[in-house]
Write a protein that binds this ligand. Structure first.
Ligand SMILES: [Zn+2]
Length: 259
C-alpha cells in the first residue's frame, strides 16, 4: 500500500518557487531551506510549534537575504516551498538526513520508520521537481550560450547542541573552490565579519549535494554561503548582510567568470 503517497494535495500549492525569473545576470541563487511550511498530509510530524518554527525546520532569514541579493546581483532565485523536515533538498534520497529521524536535539516522530513507499512519495513530490527545475534553468542558459554561477544561500543557528558558534559567515565548497577562494580573499581584505572556509559545516558533512549535482559536472563556478541566523534576524541586518555579500560575490564572479 502506498501510505501517504498523496504527500502534496491541492491545498499545498507548488513545490518550487522561482523569483526574478527574467533576471539577466549569471548568478542563480538557490535556497533549499527557505520555508518551514509542511504539506497538510504530514500534519505536524509530531513536533511542537516551537520545533516547527525553529532552525531544524528551515533556515531563518535565508530567503529574505536571497531576495535582497537577487535585486542587487540581477539574479534569479529558485527556492523550495516546503520544510526540510519533510525532505531536505540538500541531501540525496539515499541519505538518512534527507528525511531525518532526529535533528539536533529534536526527535521527529513523523519521520520514524518511514516505509520505502513513504520515502519514495516524498522524494517524488519534493526533491525531484526541485532539482529538475534547477537543471532546466541551467540547461536553458547553456542552450542560450549564457554562463551560470550557482550560489546557494543558507543560515545556521548561533547555538548548536548548547555550544555557541563564533563563525559568522561560512563559505563552503566541494572540489571546485574557485569562487569560494575569491570570496574568501575579498572577505579577508574587509576584515568585517568572521568569515571561514567550510565552516560550520563542510563537504564531509554531506552539505554540498546541490553543488555536486548541478555545478561540478558542468563546470559552473559555485559556492554555498552559510550566514549565522542572528545576523539576519531583521530587515535592517538583512540589508547590511546583503550589501556585504553582494559586493564580495560580484567581485569574485568578475574574477572567476561564469561558464
Ligand atoms: Zn540550510
Amino acid at each position: 500500500m502506498l501510505a501517504r503517497s498523496g504527500i502534496l494535495t491541492s491545498v499545498d500549492g507548488e513545490t518550487v518557487a522561482v523569483e526574478n525569473a527574467s533576471a539577466g545576470g549569471a548568478i542563480l541563487l538557490v535556497c533549499e531551506h527557505a520555508s518551514a511550511h509542511l504539506p497538510a498530509a504530514v500534519g505536524t510530524l509530531g513536533l511542537s510549534s516551537e520545533a516547527l518554527s525553529s532552525h531544524i525546520a528551515w533556515d531563518p532569514g535565508a530567503l529574505a537575504l536571497c531576495r535582497l541579493l537577487s535585486a542587487k546581483l540581477d539574479a534569479t532565485i529558485i527556492h523550495q516551498r516546503f520544510s526540510r523536515l519533510v525532505y531536505d533538498c540538500n541531501r540525496p534520497p539515499e541519505s538518512p538526513a534527507a528525511m531525518p529521524e532526529k535533528s539536533e536535539i529534536y526527535e521527529i516522530p513523523g519521520n520514524k520508520d518511514l516505509s520505502v513507499a513513504e520515502r519514495y512519495a516524498r522524494t517524488a513530490a519534493i526533491y525531484v521537481p526541485f532539482h529538475d527545475r534547477i537543471s532546466a534553468e541551467l540547461a536553458r542558459r547553456t542552450a542560450g550560450e549564457r554562463g551560470s554561477v550557482l550560489v546557494t544561500v543558507h543560515s545556521f543557528t548561533p547555538v548548536y547542541f548548547g555550544k555557541p558558534r563564533a563563525v559568522e559567515i561560512g563559505i563552503l565548497h566541494d572540489t571546485d573552490s574557485r569562487l569560494a577562494d575569491a570570496i574568501l580573499e575579498g572577505a579577508a581584505k574587509t576584515g568585517r565579519f568572521r568569515v571561514e572556509r567550510n565552516s560550520p559545516y563542510g563537504p564531509e558533512d554531506g552539505v554540498t549535494h546541490t553543488l555536486r549535482l548541478h555545478a561540478l559536472p558542468a563546470g559552473h563556478a559555485n559556492v554555498m554561503i552559510e550566514v549565522r541566523n542572528d545576523l539576519i534576524a531583521n530587515s535592517v541586518d538583512q540589508e547590511v548582510m546583503a550589501d556585504y555579500l553582494a559586493g564580495l560575490i560580484a567581485d569574485a564572479v568578475s574574477v572567476v567568470g561564469g561558464q
